[in-house]
Design a protein around this ligand. Structure first.
Ligand code: DON
Length: 560
C-alpha cells in the first residue's frame, strides 16, 4: 500500500503524505507542511489548498498541534517564526514567554538555597505565554484567510475529539506522574485517572471553548476576559505570580532575522532572545574553512571539525547571549562575522580535541520537548516555526476551565545570581530573571536560500541540541548532497562546550568512534537526538521535498 501511494505520488504528484519509505522524501509541486502531527500537517495543507499563505497554514497547523500534540504544541507556551516571502523582506516573529512583573533573579531561592523544583515544576516556573500573540502578529502582517478560519479544525478536533495514536498514548502515560498534583490536568488527559490507550477518543471541551474565544476575539480572547481570569485565578490559588496585568501587557515582537552565508547559500535564522541563529551562523562560518565534502559524511575528520565548531559557538553563547532588550551590548556583529570565525578557526587542531574549561561558563539544564513546523506555499513563501512549553507538557498544569497547559519556560532563566556549579548551573548576568525579560532559548527555526531562491526550511526540538541538529541538516544537504529525508535520517552528534562530552547517536561506525577517541574526544551515546522537520526545494524540477523525523512518532510531510 505504501509503495503504491509513493509510486502514485511520483507519477502524478497527487496529494501524498506521511512516512517516506526508507530515505525517499515526499515530493510535491504546489505546497507542503511538515510537522510532528500528521493530523496537523493535513490541516495545514487544507489551508494552503483554500488559498492560504504559508503563514496561514503555519498558524492553523500550530493551533491544531495545541490539540493533537499536547506535549509541545501549545497556546500556553511560546516560540519563534522565521518568515521569508518569495519577494520582499524576511521577518522574525518573537513570541517567547516573558517574566511576570513580580519576577526577580532570586525568586527560586528558599532561605537562600536554590530550589530546583520551584524553578522547573511549580507555578513560579510559568512565563507569560506568547503563542497566541505571536501567531496573531504573524497572521496580521502575512496572512490572507480570515483568522477564525485558521482555528476551525483545531476547535473541531478539541470539541469532537480525535483518535489517540500509540505514540500519544505512551507519551501521556509517561507524563501522568507530573500531572497527578493537578486535578484539571488529570481530568483533561486521563479517563478518570486511567491512562488513555491507542485507539481511544481524546476530547478537550474546555480547550475548544478557549480556542473559540481566540477565534472570535483574537488575542483578547486569551490575554483578556475569561481566559485571563482563569489563568490569574489558578495563579492566586497556587502562589503563582502571573496577574491579569501581566497577560494584558504581553507583546509579541517582529525582529530582524540574523543573516549569514555558507558557501553558495544564505542563512536566515532567529536572533536573540534565541541563541540559535547566532550559534548556527558562527558554526557555519567556522566550518566553511574546511572541505567537508571531501572529508565526507560521518568520517572522524568531519565529526571532529563539527564538534570543535560546536564547542566554540556554545562557549560564546554562554558568555554573551540573553534577552536583547536587557542586554543591549551583545556583540552580534562580531559573533556573526567571517573575520571572527577566521581567528577562532586558528584554535582548531586537526588531530586534537580542545579541552573545554570547566571553570568559566557552565550550562543551565534544559529539557527535551519542543516542536517544529516547516511550511512552503505555492508562491514559495516559507515559514519555519518552532514553539515549546519547555518540558514535555510544560509545567503539567492545565488551567482549570480553560483546558490548556501552561509552560515552565522560566526554567530557561539562570537559577540565581552567581550560582555557578560543577553540576552545570550558571549564574551569569545576561540570563537572570527580571520583570518582563525573555529567557534565553536555543530554538533555531531557519530558512536557507541560494541565488535568492528558497533552498531549505529546517528546525527541530531538543533543547541545546536543537542548534546542532539544525546545523547538521544543513551540512547534509549542502556538503553531502542528501535529499530532505536522508538529511533528517542521518545520525547526529552534539557538543555544547560544557560538559566536555561529544554525544553521538548510535549509527556511527565503531572505527570512526575509535578515531575520535584517539583525537581526545570523550564520547557518550545519546540516542535519539531531535525531531527535525525539513523541506528542501529541488531547483531543477521546482519540486518540494519533505523529510519528517522518524525518531519520533506521528510526524508527516504532506504536500499537494
Ligand atoms: O527555548 C529553548 O531552547 C528550550 N525551552 C527548548 C526546550 C526544548 O527544545 C525541549 N525539546 N525537545
Amino acid at each position: 500500500m505504501r509503495f503504491f501511494r509513493l509510486a502514485l505520488a511520483y507519477l502524478t504528484l497527487l496529494p501524498v503524505s506521511q512516512l517516506a519509505a526508507e530515505s525517499v522524501p515526499i515530493r510535491a509541486k504546489s505546497g507542503m507542511v511538515v510537522c510532528q502531527s500528521e493530523i496537523a500537517s493535513e490541516v495545514g495543507v487544507q489551508i494552503l489548498r483554500q488559498g492560504g499563505t504559508a503563514i496561514d497554514a503555519a498558524v492553523a497547523t500550530a493551533f491544531t498541534m495545541a490539540v493533537t500534540h499536547p506535549a509541545a504544541g501549545n497556546i500556553g507556551g511560546g516560540g519563534f517564526i522565521i518568515y521569508r516571502p518569495s519577494t520582499g523582506v524576511a521577518a522574525a516573529y518573537d513570541f517567547r514567554e516573558m517574566a511576570p512583573d513580580k519576577s526577580d533573579a532570586e525568586m527560586w531561592l528558599v532561605d537562600g538555597k536554590y530550589d530546583r523544583k520551584l524553578h522547573h515544576h511549580s507555578h513560579l516556573a510559568v512565563g507569560v505565554p506568547g503563542t497566541v500573540a505571536g501567531l496573531h502578529l504573524a497572521w496580521t502582517e502575512q496572512g490572507r484567510l480570515p483568522w477564525d478560519q485558521l482555528l476551525t479544525s483545531a476547535i473541531h478536533l478539541a470539541d469532537k475529539g480525535f483518535v489517540v495514536s500509540d505514540g500519544l498514548a505512551r507519551s501521556l502515560k509517561s507524563a501522568l506522574p507530573r500531572m497527578r498534583p493537578y486535578p484539571a490536568s488529570i481530568a483533561q488527559f486521563t479517563k478518570d485517572g486511567q491512562a488513555y490507550e491507542a485507539g481511544d477518543l481524546l476530547r478537550q471541551p474546555d480547550l475548544a471553548d478557549t480556542l473559540r474565544r481566540i477565534a472570535q476575539l483574537g488575542p483578547a480572547g486569551f490575554y483578556e476576559g475569561k481566559t485571563a481570569e482563569l489563568i490569574a485565578a489558578e495563579m492566586r490559588v497556587h502562589n503563582g505570580i502571573i496577574t491579569k496585568a501581566d497577560l494584558k501587557q504581553y507583546v509579541a515582537l517582529r525582529r530582524t532575522p540574523v543573516k549569514g552565508t555558507y558557501r553558495q547559500y544564505q542563512i536566515l535564522s532567529m536572533p536573540p532572545p534565541s541563541s540559535g541563529g547566532v550559534a548556527l551562523i558562527q558554526m557555519l562560518n567556522l566550518l566553511e574553512g574546511f572541505d567537508l565534502t571531501k572529508s565526507g559524511f560521518g568520517s572522524a575528520q568531519t565529526l571532529h571539525l563539527c564538534a570543535e565548531s560546536m564547542k566554540r559557538a556554545f562557549a560564546d553563547r554562554a558568555r554573551y547571549l540573553g534577552d536583547p532588550e536587557a542586554n543591549p551590548d551583545i556583540p552580534l556583529t562580531k559573533l556573526l562575522s567571517k573575520s571572527y570565525a577566521t581567528d577562532l578557526r586558528e584554535s582548531i587542531e586537526m588531530n586534537q580535541a580542545a579541552v573545554s574549561s570547566p571553570n568559566s561558563f557552565q550550562w543551565a539544564t534544559e529539557s527535551e520537548e519542543t516542536t517544529h513546523i516547516s511550511v512552503v506555499d505555492q508562491d514559495r513563501n516559507a515559514v519555519a516555526l518552532t514553539y515549546t512549553l519547555e518540558y514535555p507538557y510544560g509545567s503539567a498544569i492545565v488551567v482549570p476551565g480553560a483546558g490548556f497547559l501552561l509552560n515552565n519556560e522560566m526554567g530557561d532563566f539562570n537559577p540565581a545570581p552567581g550560582l555557578t556549579t560543577e553540576s552545570g548551573l550558571i549564574g551569569t548576568a545576561p540570563n537572570l530573571a527580571a520583570p518582563r525579560k525573555r529567557m534565553l532559548s536555543s530554538m533555531t527555526p531557519t530558512i536557507v536560500t541560494k541565488n535568492d531562491q528558497l533552498a531549505m526550511v529546517t528546525g527541530s526540538p531538543g533543547g541545546r541540541t536543537i542548534i546542532n541538529t539544525v546545523l547538521q541538516t544543513i551540512l547534509n544537504v549542502v556538503d553531502h548532497a542528501m535529499n530532505a529525508q536522508e538529511a533528517v535520517d542521518a545520525p547526529r552528534i552534539h557538543h555544547q562546550w560544557l560538559p566536555d562530552t561529544l554525544n553521538h547517536e548510535r549509527l556511527f561506525s565503531p572505527d570512526t568512534l575509535q578515531l575520535l577517541r584517539q583525537k581526545g574526544h570523550v564520547l557518550r551515546t545519546r540516542d535519539p537526538q531531535g525531531a527535525a522537520q525539513v523541506i528542501v526545494l529541488d531547483p531543477k524540477e521546482n519540486l518540494l521535498e519533505g523529510g519528517t523525523d522518524r525518531r519520533v512518532p506521528d510526524g508527516a510531510a504532506i504536500g499537494y
